[in-house]
Ligand binder design. Structure first.
Ligand code: MG
Length: 383
């Protein structure tokens, strides 16, 4: 029996992970954590016979402790970390949203616990330190992100040196084909209507701006140790091909499937085994055709900004991510236009110097500075 802690259990990935675990005889959930949704966490704990939960929000933790006396409730960001380090487990699934996921990633890897990673920000923000930590303790990072799960499966059987290029596919989001001018007036509601994937609010907006793909390029760079100039992005609106690798002998391998996150979740939780997932096999004649096009970086500058920040290295990806989180929040709250998102990020990247990262505290400092500056930039861009 593999004992799993699910962080971010009430979100899209978390609830699908509990579905996968519930169907498996090999997996058992031993602890749950969420940001604020205490009623749902308590409900999940009861359904899965879990006796330990954590809520990152202190007030939500207090309410959970009141509502649920059958187990232990840990509180705050520290509580989530303690849940990871003090619960006997074999695997941590990190599906928290944003850079809040970095601390628990470090906690798990530091303990030598294998990590199923859905929180891409952990690698975007802390890439070098996080991968070095995993190497030092021997913990494995198995990606849950669909493209990276596909890449891990494609690269898995190849000899070192055989893989020449990685290709990440992007759906293009709801605004594919629009001009920069047309994007100025798009609404939150339109941005939240993703054509192929059902996801949480933050990642859905990131998909609409193509920042999600930018973050994924940085994630792929760290996961697979491939330089940025050998990672491509191609827009593929059907989201059937999840990723592709070009090999040195001219062969290219692709990973295909209907867009259903239970597939990469199941792969990460069962790795290196595979388990049954109730999804239909691909019906190619019914699909008819798959189409591909180059991304429009003029309309979607976030992809370029992410690449630039990745190449700059040091604190730049951390600044990119923090500024993006602030800008997306402002957009969702109606305080910033859609095209204001890359403007805010670019201002932050231009104003804040790139510092080397020697320790995790360097990242929290850069994160705080970027958030403050991004807050000001939101006001400036609005005015
Ligand atoms: Mg993805």
């Amino acid at each position: 029996m593999r004992r799993v802690i699910v962080l971010g259990s009430t979100g899209s990935i978390g609830t699908q992970a509990l579905d996968v675990i519930g169907r498996s005889d090999e997996l058992e959930v031993v602890a749950l954590a969420a940001a604020t949704s205490f009623e749902q966490v308590v409900e999940q704990a009861r359904a899965h016979g879990v006796t330990r939960v954590a809520l990152a929000d202190e007030a939500a933790a207090a309410l959970a402790a009141e509502a649920w006396t059958e187990g232990e409730v840990l509180a705050g960001a520290e509580g989530v970390m303690s849940l990871v380090t003090e619960t006997e487990c074999d695997l941590v699934l990190n599906a928290l949203v944003g850079s809040a996921g970095l601390g628990p990633t470090v906690a798990a890897l530091g303990e030598g616990i294998d990590l199923a990673l859905a929180n891409k920000e952990s690698l975007v923000v802390g890439g070098e330190l996080v991968t070095a930590l995993a190497e030092a303790t021997g913990a494995r990072i198995v990606p849950v992100d669909s493209e990276h799960s596909a890449l891990a499966q494609l690269i898995g059987s190849e000899r070192p040196g055989a893989v020449e290029r990685l290709v990440l596919t992007a759906s293009g989001g709801p605004f594919r084909g629009r001009s920069p001018e047309e994007l100025e007036s798009v609404t939150v509601e339109q941005a939240l209507a993703h054509p192929t994937w059902e996801m949480g609010g933050k990642i859905t907006i990131d998909s609409a701006t193509l920042m999600n793909k930018g973050l994924e390029v940085i994630e792929a760079h760290h996961l697979f140790g491939v330089p940025y100039e050998r990672i491509d992005v191609v827009v593929h609106p059907q989201s059937i091909v999840h990723a592709l690798v070009h090999l040195n002998d001219g062969a290219s391998l692709a990973h295909l499937g209907y867009p259903d996150m239970r597939v990469p979740i199941s792969y990460a939780l069962h790795h290196p085994e595979r388990a049954d997932v109730p999804v239909p096999a691909l019906d190619l004649p019914a699909l008819g055709q798959l189409t591909f096009e180059a991304p429009d970086e003029r309309a979607f500058p976030c992809l370029r900004l992410a690449r630039e920040a990745g190449r700059a290295g040091g604190t730049a990806p951390c600044v990119l991510n923090a500024a993006n989180e602030v800008a997306v929040r402002a957009f969702l709250d109606g305080r910033l236009s859609f095209t204001g998102i890359p403007e805010v990020i670019e201002r932050c990247l231009e104003s804040l110097p790139v510092e080397p990262v020697g320790h995790f505290s360097d990242l929290s400092r850069a994160d705080a500075a970027a958030r403050e500056l991004a807050g000001e930039a939101v006001e400036a861009v609005r005015a």
